[in-house]
Design a protein around this ligand. Structure first.
Ligand code: AMP
Ligand code: MG
Length: 254
């Protein structure tokens, strides 16, 4: 997969207004499906979000999951690993946080950083990250076989849109707290990241754990694409309310 084949500004011929009008119904539908997933008890859902700085990971979580109840849903954000985390295998800190059955967990960054930032910044040697693709596939295969539904989204933005958003973090006092000089260092390695994304998409796109490349220059289209994908997948699971004890049928509460 070559990411340059994908247009970050793609909108499928749809207009902002028509899509924005549909978003409330879609977020509501996702909320209903999450309720059903919780009741059904057979599956957990792991949503993986990857993307460069300012690609919109936080805002996606806020907007796409707006109508999902917090009882069954949580977000885990992964930053620089701690010394303890580094003293284990690279999947250790991620596996602990995967969803139990019934639950939705959103990974804001994920185990893929092991073949992204760690590769691009040369935090580990090539032979280490090279073998990780295989282990990631095996890990996800294990999760899927044990009842975890995996949905992986790469928020794909253009270099110009990232420039605009990082500049805004500098210029807007309400966003300045998000500014991190390290983001500019990563931006200098733009091409290396695009190559690392391409290899990740090529080598870790399993039928049970597919990648979705999301055109993310426009927030409304990004949210629309992710909502449609999540709803389609959850609807395909045949979720249902569990059978109840027949003795309850018709019982009266005094
Ligand atoms: P943020 O997503 O803005 O909160 O930043 C989290 C930071 O943690 C980013 O700069 C990532 O590059 C960094 N990070 C995440 N995972 C890893 C990892 N496995 N190794 C090194 N740095 C990481
Ligand atoms: Mg950063």
């Amino acid at each position: 997969v070559d990411l340059s084949d994908f247009d970050p500004g793609y909108t499928g011929g749809l207009g902002k207004k028509e899509v924005e009008e549909r978003l409330p119904d879609l977020t509501r539908r996702l909320g209903e499906l999450q309720y059903l997933l919780y009741a059904d008890q057979r599956y957990g859902l792991l949503v993986v979000l990857q993307g460069l700085d300012a690609s919109g990971k936080d805002s996606t979580i806020r907007r796409v999951f707006a109508d999902v109840g917090p009882v069954g849903c949580s977000v885990v954000s992964f930053g620089v690993p701690t010394p303890e985390e580094l003293s284990h295998d690279f999947l250790w800190r991620y596996h602990q946080r995967t969803p139990a059955r019934r639950r939705v967990v959103i990974f804001n960054r994920s185990h893929y950083e092991a073949v992204l930032v760690e590769r691009v910044q040369e935090l580990v040697p090539r032979e280490t990250w090279e073998r990780r693709y295989h282990h990631i596939n095996e890990f996800e295969d294990l999760l899927a076989a044990e009842g975890t539904v995996l949905m992986k989204f790469l928020l794909h933005i253009s270099k110009e849109e990232q420039r605009r958003r990082l500049q805004e973090r500098i210029d807007d006092p309400r966003k300045r707290w998000k500014y991190n000089p390290g983001d500019l260092e990563d931006r200098k390695r733009w091409d290396d990241y695009q190559a690392a994304f391409g290899e990740m998409l090529t080598r870790c796109n399993m039928p049970t754990a597919p990648w979705h490349v999301v055109p993310a220059d426009r927030r409304w289209y990004r949210d629309f694409v992710i909502l449609e994908a999540l709803i389609g997948r959850l609807e395909g699971l045949g979720l249902r309310f569990p059978d109840c004890d027949p003795a309850i049928e018709g019982a009266r509460v005094e």
